[in-house]
Structure formats: structure tokens, C-alpha cells
Design a protein around this ligand. Structure first.
Ligand code: NAP
Length: 394
């Protein structure tokens, strides 16, 4: 009898095809085709390097098997298979090697882990357009969001998909394939961007989506996108992501915490709520960190929103003459308001932006939860189980 073992798998429904795991794997055990990103059971050595870098937790899937799922099988999946019952398996065979279990435990620390969609979220479409069969979008607009003299060049890009079926929900991402080939001679992989417009479009029913893109020095995709002109064609993949979604429940309260271009999905959430729920005091709170007002995407429009729609805390780290402030510092200063939100079962938390912010935000949430006698780790796990806690950081 073949000895059962735990096979490492990737959830194709949740994976956003950012390929970070594949680029991180030191032994090339992670591969992709046009459809999915998969782990080769023959070569995976359980080093766990891929676990903490995954922005969605889709990498963290395990099945006890006697015969591993082949690469070909995994490439075909639209969802993960259920765990098969193994009546003849000794219970210890299902346990991970203790050393591997310890590594996994370590990788699970912090804000990672398996996310769930809010119960009332709309059902997302995923992976409709792939590397082999992308959609062609046409650029409708490319507007600079940061001041002309500001050190960062962040752009609001509007893409038209009119005439094509491209159903996208707030919180989902799409891939943009830069033209040309990389240093290895292969075509560039798509780069992932959250949509910053709501599902019915940047302009309702005009079949368009918007993205928020910051120009990175030497960035292949970001420079390509930031230099686009109206009328240009762009190859796009997706949509991806099945958990970082908006609850349809109009009574849901959103606590959104973001840095820089991590504000993209928060803009989409805000616009969707504005169009469907309208103003509702206490319904949405956002902590948004940037270096300075002139580098904060959507600074002007955000300032104009009424508090009854969105209570905005804009937090700046590099304003001359002012001490550095990060989102987690302002959250601590707003301890009472956050404690009230944490105590409400209608609260949904969304964290998006720089990976480095996770630790500080976790610490602050720990302090605030514990000040009201609630252990944060337990509350966070319950919220995650209930689809009320979402992290997407890179
Ligand atoms: P950024 O301008 O580099 O940083 C934004 C702010 O975060 C700055 O004030 C920065 O402060 C602060 N910050 C740095 N370290 C922090 C920490 N440990 N805790 C809290 N705040 C911290 O941001 P960005 O370049 O726009 O990056 C946004 C991130 O979002 C990227 O990693 C991107 O991949 C990700 N993202 C983008 C999208 C999208 O659709 N474009 C979607 C999802 C996620 P200092 O620099 O002064 O230290």
C-alpha cells in the first residue's frame, strides 16, 4: 500500500495569479500554465518559503493522498477537490511531520491564513481571460493622481471593455500583460492590479474599469501602463480573487486600512456603497497612509466625501515639520472608535497595501481588542471564518 502523505496544493478559486509563489520557490516546484498555478508534488520539499509571500492564502492548501494529483490534473481544476476519505489510513499518517508543522505554524503567524468571502458577497467570476486567451481592453483615460511636482507618479487608468463580457466585482484584481519578452526570452507574465472602480463601471454601464498604478523605477508593467495613451490596446487577464469582496448586506460596516495604491479596492468599495447604500453614518471608516498629501491617490475627491458616507483618516509619514505617522498610529489614537467597531458583528475589516504594514496594524488591533477584554487572535480567526477579515498585501 502506498504510504499516504500531505500534498501541497493551491486553491485555484482564491489564487489571483500574481506568480509571487512561483518566483519565490527556491527549487522551481511551482509552475503555471495559461489556467492555473500549481505545485509539483515530486519536487516540493515543504520548505514553506511560498506560504508567507502569498497575498491571499490560496497557497495554504493540503490534502492527504496516496497518489499525488498530477500537474496535468491541477492545471485543469476550477476548484480544489474535497479531501477523500481514507478509512484504511492510520491517523498519524494524516499528521504533518512535526518539523514541517512547526514551519507551517510560523508561516501562519500574523495576518495571513485562509480567507473566506463575506457570506452576502456576490458570486465572483474568475479566470475568464487567461495568458493564452486574454481580453483586449482599450485605454479611455490616463490621469495623474499625484501632484505634478510630487516624487511619485501614480495614475488613474480607465480601460474600456465595452462589447466584451468581463464581469468584475469590487476587490477583485485583473492582470495586465506588458508587451515584449523578459531577460529570459519568455513573454512577460501579467502584473496584477486591483480594480478601483465598482462593478457597473467607472461610469455606470459604460463597460469600463479603472486601475490605480504607481510608476516604479525600472518597473516593466508600471511604466508601460503609466505611459499609455487613450485609444491604446492592452491585453488583460482575469478577473481573479474570490474572497476580498464586499458584503451585499447594506448594514455591514467597513473598516478599511490601506497604504498608497492599496487604496484601489477601497475606492471601488466606497463607490459601490455610494451607488447602492448611500450615506449611512458609521458605515465606512478608512485609515489611509501616504507620504504626503500630494502623493496620496484621490486626495482631492476623498476630502470632498461627507463623513456620513466615509469617515476618512488620512495619515502622512513625511510632511515637513510633522512627526512621522503611520496608519497603525492613527488607529491607536482612534482606539475607542475602533473598539466599538470590533465589538460589532456587522464589522468587516479590509487591509491592503504594503506588506510591512501588516505587523504594525496587527499589533494595534491586538492592543485595542485586548483593552476591551477580547483576545485579538481569537477574534481575528472568528472574523476570518465569517468572511469579515481580509488582507491583501504585497
Ligand atoms: P508607499 O507610497 O510606498 O507607502 C505608503 C505609505 O505607507 C507611506 O507613508 C509609507 O511611509 C507607509 N509605510 C511604510 N512602511 C510602513 C509600515 N511598516 N507600516 C505602515 N505604513 C508604512 O506605497 P505604495 O508604493 O503605493 O505601495 C502600496 C502597496 O500596495 C504596494 O506594495 C502594492 O503592491 C500594493 N497594492 C497595490 C494595488 C494596486 O492595485 N495598485 C492593490 C493592492 C496592493 P514611509 O515610506 O515614509 O516609511
Amino acid at each position: 500500500m502506498t504510504q499516504p502523505f500531505k500534498q501541497h496544493l493551491i486553491d485555484p478559486e482564491i489564487c489571483i495569479r500574481c506568480y509571487t509563489c512561483e518566483m519565490t520557490c527556491p527549487i522551481g516546484a511551482i509552475q503555471h500554465d495559461d489556467n492555473n498555478v500549481v505545485v509539483d508534488a515530486e519536487s516540493c520539499n515543504f520548505c514553506m518559503d511560498c506560504i508567507p509571500v502569498c497575498p491571499t492564502g490560496s497557497i495554504d492548501e493540503w490534502r492527504v493522498v496516496k497518489t499525488p494529483y498530477s500537474l496535468e490534473e491541477q492545471f485543469e481544476w476550477e476548484e480544489l477537490p474535497e479531501q477523500q476519505e481514507m478509512t484504511d489510513t492510520a491517523p498519524e499518517a494524516e499528521a504533518l511531520d512535526p518539523a514541517i508543522a512547526a514551519l507551517l505554524e510560523e508561516a501562519h503567524k500574523g495576518a495571513g491564513g485562509k480567507a473566506r468571502a463575506p457570506e452576502s458577497a456576490a458570486k465572483p467570476t474568475i479566470n475568464m481571460y487567461t495568458i493564452g486567451k486574454p481580453a483586449t481592453a482599450t485605454v479611455q483615460g490616463n490621469y495623474r493622481l499625484t501632484d505634478a511636482g510630487a516624487e511619485t507618479d501614480t495614475r488613474h487608468i480607465i480601460l474600456s471593455l465595452e462589447g466584451q463580457t468581463f464581469p468584475v466585482l469590487e476587490g477583485q484584481t485583473i492582470g495586465v500583460i506588458p508587451p515584449g519578452v523578459g531577460a529570459d526570452g519568455n513573454p512577460h507574465l501579467p502584473r496584477l492590479y486591483s480594480v478601483s472602480s465598482p462593478r457597473d463601471g467607472e461610469r455606470p454601464n459604460f463597460g469600463n474599469v479603472s486601475l490605480t498604478v504607481k510608476r516604479e523605477e525600472h518597473g516593466v508593467a508600471s511604466n508601460f501602463i503609466c505611459d499609455l495613451n487613450p485609444g491604446d490596446g492592452v491585453q488583460v487577464t482575469g478577473p481573479f480573487g474570490a474572497t476580498f469582496l464586499l458584503p451585499e448586506d447594506p448594514d455591514a460596516r467597513l473598516l478599511m486600512i490601506c497604504t498608497g495604491t492599496g487604496s484601489a479596492p477601497m475606492r471601488a468599495f466606497t463607490m459601490r456603497r455610494e451607488r447602492t447604500v448611500g450615506q449611512k453614518s458609521g458605515g465606512m471608516t478608512m485609515f489611509f497612509g501616504a507620504r504626503s498629501p500630494d502623493t496620496l491617490p484621490y486626495f482631492g475627491p476623498l476630502k470632498k466625501l461627507p463623513e456620513s458616507l466615509l469617515k476618512t483618516h488620512m495619515v502622512f509619514s513625511r510632511v515637513e515639520g510633522q512627526p512621522r505617522e503611520y496608519v497603525q498610529d492613527r488607529m491607536m489614537a482612534e482606539e475607542d472608535a475602533i473598539a466599538e467597531l470590533l465589538g460589532d458583528v456587522k464589522t468587516y475589516i479590509y487591509i491592503c497595501g504594503l506588506r510591512g504594514m501588516e505587523e504594525g496594524v496587527e499589533k494595534t488591533l491586538t492592543n485595542i481588542a485586548e483593552s476591551i477584554g477580547t483576545p485579538w487572535a481569537a477574534l481575528r480567526d472568528t472574523m476570518r471564518e465569517e468572511g469579515r477579515y481580509h488582507v491583501e498585501t504585497y
